[in-house]
Structures are given as C-alpha cells and as structure tokens.
Design a protein around this ligand. Structure first.
Ligand code: 0X9
Ligand code: ZN
Length: 306
C-alpha cells in the first residue's frame, strides 16, 4: 500500500489521491486535469480551505518525466503535510492558498517506467508513436511558448524530441487547457524534476533575466539555504539557460511567459549522479523533508521581500 518508504505505482498514487479527497472532503477535491495519449485521466487534488483564496492559487506538477520517481514521492509528501501538519507555519501556508496538485503529469510514461524491464525504468518521454523506430516526445519540450527555440531536437529518437508541433502531446495540450482555466489566479507554479540538486528559475529559452528575476533569485538562494540546513544537501540556484542548458518548450516557461506568474521554480531533486534517477527508497523521506523546508521558505521569503 501507499507510503514513502518505497516508490508507488500510478494506481497506488491515484488510490491515495481518492482517499485524501474522501478523508478531507470539506477541503479536498479529486480533479481531472486532462488525458494522455493512451487514454488515462490525469488526476490531481484541489485543496481549498477558504473561497477567499481563489486569487492566490499554487499549481504543482511532478513526473512530467517518467523516470524521475522521486518527484511524485516528494509532491505527495508535501501534499500530505499541507493536509495533516499541525506546524503553524505549514498550516498558515496551506490555508491561505488554493492548491492544484498533479503528482503524475505523464501517466503513460510513468506506467511504462514501472514495468519490470530494466530498459523501461529509464523511460522519460510520452508514449505517442511519432515514428516507426522511436516512441514518444519530450513533454518538457512540447509547450507552445518559444517552442523550438533551442535545446531541443527534431529527431524522434532523442530524449529531447520536441514533437512534430507545439502541443502535439495530448497530455501537454490537455494540461495546458486546464492550467489556462486557473492561470490568472496563480501566484506560484512549481515543477519537480530530478536529478542534480538545483532550484531553477525561468527561462530555458533565453539567457535574459526577465520579469522579477532579482527577487526570485534572492528568494531561491534563501530557500536553498533552508534546504541545506536539515541534512547539508547543497543546491545551486539560477536560470535554466544559465545553470543547466538552453531548453525551450517547457511547462514552466509556458506558464511564466503566458501568465506572468510571479513565483515559478523548477526543482531538480537529489542526487548529484551517484544514483541519479534510481535514488534509493531510503532517501525518499530525507529528500522530501529538506524539499518541504525549502518549499515553505519560498513563500515566506517571497511575501517577506515583495
Ligand atoms: O531538461 C529538462 O526538461 C529538465 N531537466 S531534466 O534533467 N529533469 O530533464 C529541466 C527543465 C527546466 N526548464 C524550465 N524550468 N524552463
Ligand atoms: Zn525532468
């Protein structure tokens, strides 16, 4: 059954979401964000403690890349804390925002990565058959904001295949439609990836520091500091373009560019490559704890400095 001592399957995560919506039915709703190529519904949880929070919503996504299992584990952990923590800081944060949380953005790929074949464990992309030879597009290169502006490939056999057209991937198209219904209400959009221990700032398509970069950089530094305090885990902070690589067509760039969402971060969780995507289950809880510390700090410091 579901827990943070090991990695959960798509079905276990969905059952867990349903259970939360039943247990906390006054504040939690199971939502259907979109659908994947293979016909799976992309489920999320909406958490709302007050109708007054409608214009300070937070959107969270994880496992847009299938093999990055630690990301949905951390996001479900954070969700559980928002629902059950008695810590006053966490309660205040939870109850002063509306939350849209989608732990598995790429259910087809995620399910595929859970098959027993070793090769499949490293699956990253969608499962759309774009060519006879190779399946899938990179769902974090497929979004319609400066799509095909660097850091992508037009070859279906690469890991960064952008797809034939913007939003060719049903999961991206449908989640973009869903995000559009709440886009103007968002104060924050946080996406979770692994690995390499970074807190990334938009954009990936340009080296320019746009919108509120200075504030978001400072908030990011303080959040990375908070993260390090628990177990000493070191994170780097900077734009996607500058500290990893140029990458266009990501969900985070799309949200930032289309809605000018004030707080947009992408986490690259543990580790630095020792285990990489195969982070041992013993590290789930420590990774989640330190990530939660930084996550809370993002909001505290943003409201403190802005
Ligand atoms: O390349 C990616 O899509 C992400 N790194 S990963 O190793 N997990 O694949 C980083 C994307 C970050 N892009 C934006 N936030 N714009
Ligand atoms: Zn990723």
């Amino acid at each position: 059954s579901f827990g943070w001592e090991r990695y959960n399957t798509l079905e276990e995560i969905e059952v867990w979401m349903r259970t939360q919506a039943t247990l906390y039915s006054e504040n939690v709703t199971l939502i259907e964000g979109g659908a994947s190529y293979e016909g799976r519904t992309i489920y999320g949880l909406k958490i709302s403690y007050s109708p007054e929070n409608v214009n300070s919503s937070v959107f969270i996504e994880s496992n847009i890349h299938a093999r990055e299992w630690i990301t949905s584990a951390v996001v479900t952990y954070i969700t559980n804390e928002l629902l059950t923590s008695t810590n006053q800081t966490i309660r205040d944060l939870a109850e002063s925002h509306d939350w849209y949380i989608f732990p598995v953005f790429n259910p087809d790929g995620f399910e595929y990565s859970h098959t027993t074949l070793n090769e499949d464990r490293m699956w990253r992309k969608t499962r759309v058959p774009h060519s006879i030879l190779c399946t899938g597009a990179d769902p974090n290169r497929n979004w319609d904001y400066f799509w095909n502006h660097g850091g992508t490939s037009n070859s279906p056999c690469t890991e960064i295949y952008r797809g034939p057209t913007p939003f060719s991937e049903p999961s991206c198209r449908s989640m973009a439609d869903y995000i559009s219904t709440v886009g103007e209400t968002l104060v924050a959009y946080i996406s979770f990836h692994s690995f390499s221990q970074m807190l990334l700032i938009p954009y990936g398509y340009t080296p320019d520091h746009l919108d509120n970069y200075d504030l978001i950089y400072e908030v990011g530094l303080r959040s990375a500091e908070a993260l390090a305090q628990r177990y000493g885990t070191q994170y780097r902070v900077g734009t996607v373009y500058e500290i990893i690589y140029p990458a266009s067509g990501s969900s985070a760039d799309w949200v930032k560019g289309v809605f000018q969402t004030p707080i947009v971060y992408t986490y690259e969780l543990r580790d630095l490559g020792q285990y990489g995507f195969l982070l041992p289950p013993e590290q789930i809880i420590p990774t989640a704890e330190e990530s939660l510390d930084s996550f809370i700090t993002i909001f505290q410091q943003y409201y403190n400095l802005s």
